[in-house]
Design a protein around this ligand. Structure first.
Ligand code: ADP
Ligand code: MG
Length: 240
């Protein structure tokens, strides 16, 4: 589903992604871990073309994407992204937030978009919040709306960049269960998170990044219980 070869990205003199090779299979859930500043967000943003790579190959669903030539809005429909901060429209209701993309991008009628929007809200357990405004929601509820809104584009891949890091601890679980359901339904997912319980339970593979490089990758059990690289060991002992 995703194939990356020798991806490089710098910001000025700062070489952030260094020759990254990275593949994700259809329906696979990959959890990306690593210290702050190691390049995790930049990697996700390159995958969603919010950042333009310097060089290397990015193939999505069998098609190599050239950010300079391709219609990136078309590509972004295939690759949904959920951020740490929810970026909901404050002056739109929950349902309008979810419908936005469907009416503007997918050109669905209001009626169709409303129907699909409600189904998506039901999926994330917020059908009773359709008509309230984001400021009436808890952080966990806001993030579930953001997930529903992203799903409205019918993406084939979902990227999550620390989706629970801004939440109070008691609200983390509801967002993780929504993500887990999505994984069980066969969504292809790349998740940056510090929630190691989620990684153990849901990830097919864990990828550890350090200083712009992928240092180690493996099944959650192998990475967490018997990491091979010293760097990985040091990182895990710093967070667990
Ligand atoms: P992570 O998500 O693993 O914490 P990031 O990908 O956000 O890491 O950042 C990697 C490095 O790139 C950091 O040193 C960060 O300061 C730098 N960086 C990220 N985005 C930009 C940007 N738009 N301009 C300049 N430097 C950036
Ligand atoms: Mg980040």
């Amino acid at each position: 589903m995703i194939h990356i070869e020798k991806l490089n990205k710098s910001f000025g003199d700062l070489h952030v992604l260094k020759n990254i090779d990275f593949d994700v299979n259809k329906k696979e859930v990959v959890v990306l871990i690593g210290a702050s500043g190691s390049g995790k967000s930049t990697l996700l943003r390159c995958l969603n073309f919010l950042e333009v790579k310097d060089d290397g190959i990015i193939t999505i669903d069998g098609r190599e994407i050239d950010p300079k030539k391709d219609n990136l809005n078309g590509v972004r429909q295939k690759v949904g992204m959920v951020f740490q901060h929810f970026h909901l429209f404050p002056h739109k209701t929950v349902l309008q937030n979810v419908m936005e993309a469907q009416t503007y991008v997918k050109k669905l009628s209001k009626e169709e978009a409303g129907k699909e929007g409600k189904a998506l809200l039901e999926k994330v357990g917020l059908q009773d919040k359709a008509d309230v405004y984001p400021n009436q929601l808890s952080g966990g509820q806001k993030q579930r709306v953001a997930i529903a809104r992203s799903l409205a584009m019918k993406p084939e891949i979902m990227l999550f960049d620390e989706p629970t890091s801004a939440l109070d601890p008691e609200l983390v679980g509801e967002v993780l269960s929504t993500m887990k359901e999505l994984a069980n339904e066969g969504m292809t997912m790349v998740v940056v998170t510090h929630e190691m319980g989620f990684a153990r339970e849901v990830a097919d593979r864990v990828v550890y990044m350090h200083d712009g490089k992928i240092v180690e990758t493996g099944k959650p059990k192998d990475i967490f219980d018997s990491p091979k690289e010293e760097r990985t060991k040091a990182f895990l002992s710093s967070i667990l």
